[in-house]
Design a protein around this ligand. Structure first.
Ligand SMILES: NC(=O)c1ccc[n+]([C@@H]2O[C@H](COP(=O)([O-])OP(=O)(O)OC[C@H]3O[C@@H](n4cnc5c(N)ncnc54)[C@H](OP(=O)(O)O)[C@@H]3O)[C@@H](O)[C@H]2O)c1
Length: 305
């Protein structure tokens, strides 16, 4: 099968190459999925799991990409809940070969059925952004209707879903980003927008929840805005600043079939819009994943039609 591989951490996405790799086989409780569309998070090539296995041994050449939508082609020993020919989408194990390939082996529990009226690129754009937003807002952030949420990077892949879900849930949503992101952030559900380069974050007063996808100085300034009893949720590693009278949580997204179902149902009934910036074929994936100018929204690789 065709696959994108990486072997050199220092090279980043520029080190991606399109090669032939053997097709994976299904282990216990796995399915093999014929990948139709794949999602890739640009920071993936900095994660240790891209380069080493769970024991810390080199696992290159690595196939990156951990989001997929596709069709089940084989079941492993003992696998239940999915069937050959079924349309699925979901999130694959960080430590296994990923989805920028013709086929991927993945534990069935990490996948959910993809309804027939949601196309494969849309399906592949949802698992990381959708689950991260859901878990950050509702599990870790314990969001309540009527609360205020500061959503950093609200025009980005994760932020656009956070803004939409928070608004649907009855929160007051303040989106942030660069000046060029203002209209897109408002379109994705923010009630107001803060340009992080030009506006003063500190003028906001208090918020109940900060959802941080940026970190560094932005996170440090945001921690001070959390109201007593509020929460700062970070998806960019250990928190660097804690609210004085609130919680701080950092987490890595996990797959969850029921939550995938919640997210995709919202796409079907129009409550949630996907944030896809670029769709490219697997043959063009290396160029698409090495853009020469700024892009917003997710890059989806259409592996097979
Ligand atoms: N822990 C987890 O489970 C988890 C899950 C998903 C994602 N993540 C992490 O979350 C981060 C965001 O992911 P994503 O897919 O949403 O990325 P993305 O689509 O690039 O969105 C990030 C947005 O924030 C903006 N931004 C970044 N730094 C900024 C700054 N200093 N000032 C103003 N705007 C800024 C970006 O603009 P520019 O493009 O112009 O920088 C972009 O619009 C990544 O680091 C990713 O690894 C973690």
């Amino acid at each position: 099968m065709k696959a994108i591989v990486v072997t050199d951490q220092a090279a980043g996405t520029a080190g991606m190459t399109l090669v032939e790799r053997p097709e994976p086989s299904a282990a216990i409780n796995d399915v093999v999925v014929e990948v139709r569309a794949s999602g890739f998070v640009p920071t993936e090539l900095t994660w240790p799991s891209t380069w080493t296995d769970r024991r810390g041994s080199d696992r290159t050449p690595t196939i990156p990409g951990h989001e997929l939508a596709g069709v089940v082609t084989a079941l492993g020993y003992g696998t239940t809940g999915l069937s050959v020919g079924q349309r699925v989408f979901g999130l694959t194990d960080w430590y296994r070969d990923g989805t920028l390939a013709g086929y991927v082996a993945v534990e069935a529990r990490n996948l959910a059925p993809l309804p027939g009226d949601v196309d494969f690129p849309e399906g592949a754009s949802l698992p990381i952004s959708g689950l991260t937003a859901w878990q950050g807002l509702f599990e870790h952030g314990r969001l309540q209707a009527g609360q205020s949420v500061l959503v950093h990077g609200a025009a980005g892949a994760v932020g656009a879903v956070v803004a939409q879900l928070a608004r649907e849930f009855g929160a007051y949503v303040i989106g942030t980003g660069r000046a060029a992101d203002r209209q897109k952030s408002l379109d994705f559900g923010a009630h107001e927008f803060v340009d992080l380069d030009a506006d003063a974050l500190d003028d906001l007063g208090g918020v109940d929840l900060v959802f941080d996808v940026i970190g560094g100085d932005v996170q440090r300034r945001s921690a001070a805005l959390v109201r007593p009893g509020g929460t700062l949720v970070s998806v960019v590693g250990p928190v660097e600043a804690r609210p004085t009278d609130g919680r701080a949580v950092d987490f890595v997204v996990e797959s969850d079939r029921a939550q995938l179902g919640e997210v995709v149902q919202r796409v079907r009934d129009g409550r949630l819009r996907t944030n896809i910036g670029t769709v490219a074929s697997l043959d063009d994936a290396v160029a698409a994943l090495n853009p020469t100018e700024r892009r917003t929204g997710k890059t989806i690789i259409r592996v097979r039609r």
